[in-house]
Design a protein around this ligand. Sequence first.
Ligand SMILES: Nc1ncnc2c1ncn2[C@@H]1O[C@H](COP(=O)(O)OP(=O)(O)OP(=O)(O)O)[C@@H](O)[C@H]1O
Length: 232
Amino acid sequence: MSEIVLSLKGLTRSYAVGGGKSLEVLKGVDLDLRAGEVVGLIGPSGSGKSSLLHCVGLLEASEEAALTIDGEDFKNASEAARTRARLHKIGFVYQFHHLLPEFTALGNVALPQRVLKRPLKEAEAKAKALLEQLGLGERLDHQPAQLSGGEQQRVAIARALVNAPRLLLADEPTGNLDPQTSQQVFEALRDIVKSQGVAALIATHNLELASHMDRVVSLKDGKLVELSKADA
Ligand SMILES: Nc1ncnc2c1ncn2[C@@H]1O[C@H](COP(=O)(O)OP(=O)(O)OP(=O)(O)O)[C@@H](O)[C@H]1O
């Protein structure tokens, strides 16, 4: 079996909602993800999918949970350690691509490498290779506005992977696309994740897409339940 990239135990998350009250969204979530595994995260609206992705993505500190990514322990990790891990170990894809409009596809994908102070040539070579792998070899010099919605999302996927993360977190990555484009973008994401040996957690409302993932986990009443393929 391939190595464990993410190990999470006992994650809780509450929000203060005024009047001294708090809303307990995650009530002890456990999750392991292995290299090369594509896991769907489903659950009703408001069940805590984005909250879970934020905690796993180290955008929020989790004090009680035991959390390791790529063997590094993030329980009580400093802000600096979390920021470093977000740059090196974790890639993010959102529902809306958030590409920089004045940059080309190549420039957008090379950017995270430049943040790591990689030389321009090296950054662009990596960006080009990923964009080609995602079928965008003819679109390198297009700006986001000159790309279709599906192409924009594939650029966002390339950007998320350019720093060679171990973990890819995606929040409704195809939520803004029509069903056919959605399927194509998902397949491109799955293929590249598998070829790079990344572990991916993909929140989605699209049960058809979820049925094409290796495993599906569902958030229910603050807990994560593993679904059999037939239930997804
Ligand atoms: N900053 C916050 N303050 C208070 N409550 C919050 C905050 N963020 C989220 N919540 C609440 O936590 C619950 C979970 O929200 P979350 O966005 O994680 O759900 P979700 O499963 O991703 O929903 P959706 O599928 O609609 O995107 C919701 O009831 C939401 O209102």
